[in-house]
Design a protein around this ligand. Structure first.
Ligand code: BGP
Length: 469
């Protein structure tokens, strides 16, 4: 639909920015922090850096929060590292780890920035992975206990909580990136682990209700609408199947407490249905999110499977993301979309479509927890960073989000990835997303100094105007 005029963003809209603990903090073994599965990873693609220093946010926290204040952020979405709070995942708490996040949260609040806490962002404690990881129900109990500790400590200060970042990406591609259980526990199916994570999420949502009345909580999957390659009915079925497997499986359980029928049929056909124990259905049904958080980077396009080579990845795209599945769908490069420097498609209109689809299905307010452009930024001789490509990307997506608001979609906030440069999941530090530049290379740590990119000043003006200017 085309409208004559845009609707303004609502008052109190949460203009924010995102990071995750292990990608930004560094100090991976300081002050009693335990190791997580990402800390012990060694096989980095393209010879990129590990996460030991990252953006060294742990040692720059006051400076970074001051920059976020200067950026006029209304919200900051970050993750707490489980291993900073409970070093071995289910034992003693670390007082120093707890103190670090109090310092961060207090700093944000002093700047008038709403903290939005992700409880879990790919960083399972290694000690738990060694005891069975997400394949074991003991990890569900450990997660719930960790969540309770977070609510007890930070509940009085934090109004918005996110359970698990990109659970669907962990299940679909986690073994390729070692972000599910690390290289361990591969004998347990990813869908059994998924079921355990869904239980952990449901119990954590229910405990927040009891422990911090008034606080709000939601899931944070990566949702990308899947287009059919053509109007050929078989292509439409393939797209619908992949939508169910990739997107709705996760949100249906989070919101309705039951598995999506097509996703369940897929699990049955593949012999992948999880063991569901007595009481699980009640746990899932009892939990209700207040909002849906989701990460959006680009849509997908699917064609009917053709029997051979369905699993081939799109050439030039990210193999972990643009892969088909035999008998289900073939991944297609969308000829109508541009690509970024890493072969990822760029689809702002797909953002509007994705917002509309989620809202139509679930009728809950939406919080965009990630969206952004990874690029090779260059520092000019005078120290400035002219990232006009990032401004263009964000502007186009914000514009489409505003059209979604005109469509009647309730959007409560937008937290692009990332507040500050950090170590990317796929491409190290060279693939930058931040409004704030961090002076370091893949293996040369340089000064780790901070500087503001052009997008910093642009985003600040936008926030001050409560929308596009
Ligand atoms: C999401 C993750 C983030 C972040 C982002 C960008 O999947 O939640 O942690 O890494 O993708 O991906 P990349 O860093 O690979 O460009």
């Amino acid at each position: 639909m085309k409208y004559a005029a845009r609707k303004p963003f609502p008052e109190g809209f949460l203009w924010g920015a995102s990071t995750s603990g292990y990608q930004v903090e560094g100090a991976w073994d300081e002050d009693g922090k335990g190791k997580s599965i990402v800390d012990v990873r060694t096989d980095f693609p393209h010879g990129t850096t590990d996460y030991t220093v990252a953006a060294d946010h742990y040692h720059h926290v006051d400076e970074d929060v001051a920059l976020f204040g200067e950026l006029c952020l209304k919200a900051y979405r970050f993750s707490i590292q489980w291993t900073r709070i409970v070093p071995d995942g289910d034992g003693e708490l670390s007082a120093k780890g707890v103190a670090f996040y109090h310092r961060l949260i207090d700093g944000l609040i002093a700047q008038g920035i709403e903290p939005i806490v992700t409880m879990y962002h790919f960083d399972l404690p290694q000690a738990l992975a060694e005891k069975g990881g997400w394949g074991s129900r003991a990890t569900v109990d450990a997660f719930v206990r960790y969540a309770e500790e977070l609510y007890r400590e930070f509940g009085p200060k934090v109004a918005y909580w996110l359970t698990i970042n990109e659970q669907n990406m962990m299940v679909l591609y986690g073994s390729a990136l070692d972000i599910l259980d690390g290289p361990l526990n591969r004998e347990v199916s990813a869908y059994q682990k998924n079921h355990h994570m869904l239980l952990a999420q449901a119990r954590a949502m229910s405990r927040l209700r009891e422990m911090v009345p008034g606080a709000k909580i939601g899931p944070a999957p990566n949702i990308a609408y899947v287009y059919p390659e053509s109007c050929k009915p078989d292509d439409v079925v393939a797209a619908s199947d992949f939508n169910a497997i990739r997107n709705w499986l996760y949100l249906d359980v989070a919101v309705h407490g039951r598995y999506h029928p097509i996703a369940w049929a897929y699990l049955e056909a593949r012999g992948l249905t999880p063991t569901i124990e007595p009481g699980d259905a009640q746990i899932l049904a009892a939990a209700k999110p207040d909002f849906i958080g989701f990460n959006y980077y680009a849509t997908h396009t699917a064609a009917a499977p053709c029997g051979a080579g369905d699993e081939a990845a799109i050439e030039g795209g990210d193999p972990q993301i643009f892969m088909g599945e035999p008998g289900i769908f073939r991944a297609i490069a969308n000829p109508h979309l541009k690509k970024n420097a890493f072969g990822w498609e760029i689809d702002p209109v797909g953002f509007r479509i994705t917002l509309r689809e989620i809202y139509e299905r679930y009728h809950l307010p939406l919080l965009v927890t990630e969206n952004g452009l990874g690029a090779f930024d260059e520092v000019a001789p005078d120290g400035s960073i002219h990232d006009d490509y990032r401004i263009e990307y964000l502007r186009a997506h914000i514009e489409q989000m505003q059209w979604a608001i005109a469509d009647g979609v309730e959007v409560m906030g937008y937290c692009p990835w990332s507040a500050i440069d950090l170590v990317s999941t796929h491409h190290g530090i060279s693939k930058r997303y931040g409004f704030v530049y961090v002076d370091r290379g893949e293996h040369d740590l340089r000064t780790l100094g901070r500087s503001k990119k052009d997008s910093f000043f642009w985003y600040r003006r936008l926030i001050e105007a409560n929308g596009l200017v």
